[in-house]
Design a protein around this ligand. Structure first.
Ligand SMILES: *Cc1c(COP(=O)(O)O)cnc(C)c1O
Length: 392
């Protein structure tokens, strides 16, 4: 049977794999040999799901958005990841990976962060589980995301500003990898999205798949059938989208719609629309679609949304786009901001700027009145209020 899931070598079609330097291949291999065994262990599952319930507040509601549905002439449900502890879906993955690290006998956690959301989720779980935590962050990002830096510090993490290159996410990743190479025995590297070398994309997708597991059950209760006609999610690296589609990926009755960041416009040179603009290359240990010039140099991405501002995309999503299993829209800054205001005024829900890109797809679709649409609101907009109000 044709599948869009990962194969045993870590590939989604031609995308994925593990392209890592010699010094890292032992660490990645140790992880590859452990992750499935641990994730499928009954004791692990029990602890993971207990924390998702009692600490994160799952299941997150599947909310029938009546006024939004009326506006778009179909039945729209919102999967409310914004209601999770720490305000987004990233905590699901952080809990899973830190539990895995403990079971692998690791005592020290490292992570990288761009906007700081993944850093905060990781620092939160490390406080909860009494693990040492170091977060690498580009100096530019440290300066523009001051509140998240203070949150991580309050949670007990060490934040290391990285001062090489453009001083943003890419350099933070390089620094985290260097750290991992030099402390292979006691250190576990928590990656925050479905990116990086195999097994990270598959592992993160599995840990986030609680989202689609819940959608199936909740749709069955509310709609009397366990699948929607469309699933819509935004894509930075791809983890909330991977979690949303996980159990439906091979079910062709379900349309998959992905929203990436168009920035100032796909043709403007200021964009992070990797699935529209990218070509095959290697980034952060994975063969995927990358925004690069003819010499293979990575092009600086741009989006108003810090969480979508990444020059690559997960190999799962690259394959879904390449094989046309998914419909991909580039949503520009102004479309996302308008969609955020629309949801706020129609439903009283202020979405994260990232999630607003998923909402920005709605006016571009042509729905039938009987269509059931599930759209994932990946996070809450509290962090973005200033950006929304000052956007012109
Ligand atoms: C980090 C983030 C994203 C983008 O990451 P994915 O891995 O693509 O999900 C989207 N929404 C929110 C709220 C985020 O914090």
């Amino acid at each position: 049977m044709k599948t869009y899931q990962v194969n045993s070598e870590g590939y989604y079609g031609e995308f994925g794999g593990a392209y890592v330097p010699e010094a890292l291949s032992r660490c990645v291999e140790e992880l590859r040999q452990s992750y499935l065994q641990v994730l499928e262990d009954e004791g692990f599952k029990k602890e993971f799901h207990r924390l998702l319930r009692d600490y994160v507040g799952r299941p997150s509601p599947l909310y029938p958005a009546k006024r939004l549905s009326e506006k778009y002439g179909c039945k729209i449900y919102l999967k409310r990841e914004d209601l999770n502890h720490t305000g987004a879906h990233k905590i699901n993955n952080a809990i899973g990976q830190v539990l895995l690290a403990k079971r692998m006998g690791k005592s020290r956690i490292i992570a990288e962060t761009g906007a700081g959301q993944h850093g905060v989720a990781t620092a939160t779980v490390c406080a909860l589980m009494n693990m040492e935590c170091t977060v690498y962050m580009g100096k530019t990002d440290v300066e523009r995301q001051r509140v998240n830096v203070e949150r991580m510090k309050m949670l007990g993490a060490t934040v290391v500003p990285v001062t090489t290159g453009s001083m943003t996410l890419k350099e933070a990743v390089d620094e985290a990898i260097l750290d991992w190479c030099s402390h292979p025995t006691d250190t576990y590297y928590v990656i925050g999205s479905t990116v990086g070398p195999h097994p990270y994309p598959d592992m993160v997708a599995r840990l986030q798949s609680v989202i689609s597991e819940e959608i199936r059950k909740q749709l069955n209760e509310q709609e009397g059938r366990d699948y929607p006609d469309y699933l819509i999610a935004c894509v930075g690296g791809g983890s909330n989208a991977a979690g949303t589609i996980y159990h439906y990926i091979d079910d062709e009755r379900v349309g998959i719609v992905l929203a990436e960041a168009g920035g100032k416009g796909v043709e403007s040179g200021l964009s992070a629309a990797t699935m529209n603009l990218g070509s095959v290359g290697v980034i952060h240990g994975s063969k995927t679609l990358v925004m690069q010039n003819e010499d293979g140099e990575i092009e600086e991405p741009y989006s108003l949304s810090a969480g979508l501002d990444y020059p690559g995309v997960g190999p799962m999503h690259a394959n879904l786009a390449y094989q046309r299993r998914a419909q991909v829209f580039a949503i520009n800054d102004d479309e996302a901001v308008a969609a955020a205001f629309e949801l706020t005024r129609l439903e009283g829900i202020i979405p994260a700027l990232e999630s607003a890109h998923a909402l920005g797809v709605l006016p571009k679709m042509e729905f039938k009145s009987t269509d059931v649409v599930v759209l994932t609101v990946s996070g809450r907009g509290d962090k973005d209020i200033e950006t929304f109000l000052s956007y012109k």
